[in-house]
Design a protein around this ligand. Sequence first.
Ligand code: ZN
Length: 842
Amino acid sequence: MTRKTWTLSLLLFFAFSVNAQLKSPEEFLGYPVGTRYTPHWKIVNYFNHAATQSAAMMKLDQYGETNEGRPLMMAFISSSENISKLESIRLNNLRLAGLSRDKMAAIEDKAPAIVWLSYNVHGNEPASSEASLLALYALLNPAETRTKEWLKNTVVIIDPCLNPDGRDRYVNWYNSAVGKTYNPIPLAREHREPWPQGRTNHYNFDLNRDWAWQTQQESRYRIKKYMEWMPQVHVDYHEQGVNEPYYFAPAAEPLHEVITPWQRDFQQTIGKNNAGYFDEKGWLYFTKIRFDLFYPSYGDTYPMYNGSIGMTYEQGGISGGLGVINEDGDTLTLVDRAQHHFVTSMSTVEAASKNAGKLISEFKKYFSNALSNGIGEYKSYVIKYDAANAQRFDKLRELMDKNGIQYSSGNGTARGFNYFNGKEEAFNIGEGDMLISSFQPRSAMVKVLFEPRSKLSDSVTYDITAWSLPYVYGLKAFASRDKIAAGGALNSIKAVNKETTYGYVMPWNGVRSAKTAGQLLQQGVLLRYAETPFELNGNKFERGSIIILQTSNSAKGKNLWPMVRSIADANNIQLYPVNSGMVDKGFDFGSDMVHALRAPSVYMITGDAISTTAAGGIWSFFEQELGYPLTQVSTNDIQRIDWSKVDVLIMPDGNYRFLNDKDLTENFKAWIRKGGRVIALESAVAQLSKAELGPKPKKSDEPDKKEKENSPGYDALKKFEERERDAMTDMTAGSIYKVELDNTHPLAFGYPDYYYTLKQDDQLYEFLTDGGWNVGVIKKDNQVAGFVGSNLKQKLKDGVLFAVQGIGNGAMIALSDDVLFRNFWENGKLLFCNAIFMTGIR
Ligand SMILES: [Zn+2]
């Protein structure tokens, strides 16, 4: 026996003797998978157990934690040979994608394929985390010789649970609601999950809408790892309604045009492999329906736009508990649901392993094409910088960094499409402007995020159809067909705040201004804001600028200015020192065009019948971005509100039953008349309108509509099979509209005279007259991007979206579109801050 074989047999002996102690999930948990719900901590324990017992074949990392402190885990499973050189496999993979900075050439031949399986992103679609236990064991179990073959040329990454807070919210509730044995009757309590349900994360965000935007920490931690690994195949595991069977790829139209024939083909290959196993067992499934590939922030599209084969798998099972009777009269059990997900897990790894060589060579081809040709008609995007938009510019830059998109400075002149007037024109590239080239590894993502209009192959889609970033961020930008030469690295600008004795002026142009103001107000600093523009010491200040003076704040003594500066520094806010209240142009600080600002006490209605994601978005915005206190009151407790303690009441999208109660509504109105300010969002606007508050919904102004209804003619002859498409003529799945703003009103301070809104419904309101201000209006056909049905196009004109109605000493502020949409609609956030701090104050 040579020394080498000795070592090998020793290693084998060691591996097997250790592996011998690897327990199956059933042995470890004490029950067969699917017969009970496994809380997240037990899933973590099993993964830890497996990592200890199968160290040679598995590496387990904690890559982050949730808001509620639960660990986020990823397991790497492969042959012991691959695991021993995991880091060099990772670096080699990045070289294949042109993403590694080191000069070493990429080894194509023996590079293993990387398959990433993401389980349980929606907490109350919990079968997949149970399946992850089965998948892990099947990959590690020495008796499973088939999987050992696959792992020779495949690295499998398992994230057992992307949303542990949501999963445990569901599982803990379910375990508390189920009896000794489960009740399969769909109406039984255990199938009727209470608000806010487990789908979302702690802040009630849908993490499967957040991949690109990464507003939530789970997404940020995960994408950081995703960028480091760039798998060839990614599967996002879900569950759908209990009456659906199983869905797997190939996906439904529309597919974004950046998706390559190879990506489509390989979805087909994997789909066929899955179908083989399902047919063998007689399990039903469907493909090519409902789950399209368009909106870039899903667990299938995001990997697709990063060169992977991204897929969604959906098992029927939401609200299914441990067992439920479905429409076919069958009892669908968690055991079955977990089995189905387990089978597609194994089938996907198998398909990838069988085609590992091709997966790697196509992966390399994809990225070398992106690098040398650039994807799409536009080759360069230029984002203009100026001091007034610096805060949103920085946020866009952050977004580029989070998604690994490269950018630089630039200079000179170029021609391109001006996003804001829709014309091709010449433009200068100034200092500070951001140049994003399409000649880069993440070229597809660049195109998807920046193209002015996305091409839709089918009008029936699952989600919004427009997200072009210059509109979302409200940043002037050009898309050029020319390859513009890159400049050096883009500098970032850091505020340097000088001392003052008299006071400071702070421009009002973004969330960071509002955050600074909010923190100063909480410190008891009295602030003022200017209603009109003014000039002082050679600086021009726009409406809404915050004035901080020694006067009225003398109680703070010597601490005032160091405290003000330290808050401003921490928020990277430039303060302008001033030494007099007499301005060079405009109104002096003592005039009645300058108003005091006080810390408002802000309440929000939440709970039953309120949209979880709408309320969650506001909650997250207050805590994560604005840093300002928010008191959330449940819909069941509205009658207990002490109105004298409330300055601002936020009513998110939802159903407000208290408005049917005469006494409660009277109290509420009396509070407004005394000076209360209501911020109503989306559907709340229409409900307050019924209670005689705020603007009235616009009626359709088609003159011949009645006539048509009486005598419809051939229009009535519709094809049955076209029914879904016909319904689309009345709707928008979310498209971008240009809104004209009255930026002399405090609600629109800090904005130019326009704003781009995401229109997700057909609501528009009549112009307000007496005591009302029409701050944001759609005048005629102002649609910019995305799909809008033809009937709706007729309706969406000449109405108001953002309005302020004075009522006694108070006000009703109507924001009928979601200005914070999924908290990535960056340019709407200041509107919301204006509503909180500056609008409707007497
Ligand atoms: Zn889902």
